[in-house]
Design a protein around this ligand. Structure first.
Ligand SMILES: *Cc1c(COP(=O)(O)O)cnc(C)c1O
Length: 359
């Protein structure tokens, strides 16, 4: 007889495989280039005098600063526990279980599908085209022919793990065609690393645009769990009904607010410039040797002769990367997060060695 929890769990969830986060996968090595984290750390001060009180629902100073940083109004912004909570919240707010659908465009970030599945929401996959751009016609056809309503279309730009920026004309084509029908969610987790402009300037024109942001990547604060969902006020108001009553812990609010000071923002911009230089160096070394995807994020995707062997060889050198082979079209592809200059020197040496030995 199976245990109580196994008998009680919702049947749709019995076989669910949780998101294989870099931390859950673990691995040995001192160079962690598997989670697109930022290698730099900053110092923060905490004021503990308010820790006995519940925090503000949306800490005003944090909201003011991020709104200014992003160029939106406070009503167009919701702070969440990472962008991941924004993804889940959108699905829980707009998609009825056993009824509605989301569309996603693989190869892409894994949490859209996991959040849909844990909420018993259908997933329609419209793969990226040969150019790694969203297939607008394919998406619109999928919306038209779907037996159940498509409520959300997830577009990741720059896309994780391929690194491509999505062409703005494609995003506006989706926004126009789906104007009265579905929300287009543009995940801009890596926008600070990209030369392309944010789609936030389209917010005033499109009631169906939603943008996801985070402090986990460029701001080097993956550990505090702070992200933002940006959209026009009517969308934010619906999300605000569903989100937990105290979504931003007081220490998180304090650190995030400090991170959004003018001084720290310019520090972040300098670090982003450094990481982008290291990204270009890495791409220059390996482009003549193997397939290297152009990247606008703090990571580079490369195809290697044998991804499992490459992961093992790199682990022997103390370097943990991310194998993306399970994703459609990405067999034998590994994703390398851009680390410090020292980390990249060792990574370039070890990867060059592996490529030489396997050729
Ligand atoms: C890292 C990442 C997220 C999640 O960010 P958190 O704010 O740490 O939850 C969302 N989307 C993409 C594409 C990511 O790579």
């Amino acid at each position: 007889m199976s245990d109580l929890a196994t008998r009680l769990i919702r049947p749709e969830l019995a076989d669910l495989v949780p998101y294989e986060s870099a931390r859950r996968l673990g691995g040995d090595g001192e160079i962690w280039l598997n989670a697109n984290e930022n290698p730099y750390t900053h110092e923060y001060q905490l004021d503990c005098s308010r820790f006995n009180r519940y925090p503000e629902f949306q800490p005003p100073e944090l909201i003011t600063r991020y709104a200014e940083y992003a160029g939106v109004t406070a009503e167009q912004l919701l702070a969440t526990r990472g962008a991941d909570e924004g993804i889940e919240l959108l699905i829980r707010t707009f998609c009825a279980p056993n009824q509605d659908q989301i569309i996603l465009c693989p190869p892409t970030y894994g949490m859209y599908e996991i959040s849909a599945k844990t909420n018993i929401v259908g997933v329609t996959k419209v793969p990226l085209g040969d150019d790694y751009q969203v297939d607008v016609d394919g998406i619109l056809k999928a919306v038209e022919t779907s037996k159940s309503p498509v409520k959300l279309v997830f577009v990741c730009s720059p896309n994780n793990p391929t690194g491509h920026d999505m062409q703005p004309e494609r995003i506006t084509a989706l926004l126009d065609a789906l104007r009265d029908e579905a929300l287009v969610v543009v995940d801009e987790a890596y926008i600070e690393f990209s030369a392309q402009a944010s789609v936030l300037n389209l917010l005033s024109q499109y009631p169906n645009l939603v943008v996801l942001r985070t402090l986990s990547k460029a701001f080097a604060l993956a550990g505090i769990r702070c992200g933002f969902t940006l959209a026009n006020a009517p969308v934010i108001q619906q999300l605000a009904k569903v989100i937990a009553p105290y979504p931003v812990p007081e220490p998180v609010a304090q650190v995030a607010t400090e991170a959004l000071s003018k001084d720290n923002i310019s520090k972040v911009q300098q670090e982003v410039a450094t990481l982008n230089t290291l990204r270009a160096k890495f791409a220059d070394v390996f482009t003549p040797l193997t397939q290297v995807y152009p990247s606008s994020g703090n990571y580079v995707l490369c195809r290697v002769p044998d991804a499992l062997k490459c992961m093992t060889a790199m682990a022997h050198a103390g370097i943990i990367l991310r194998n993306q082979s399970k994703q459609i079209t990405l067999q034998n592809c590994i994703r390398v997060t851009i680390g410090t200059e020292q980390e990249m020197t060792r990574t370039i040496a070890a990867l060059s060695q592996y490529l030489k030995e396997s050729s």
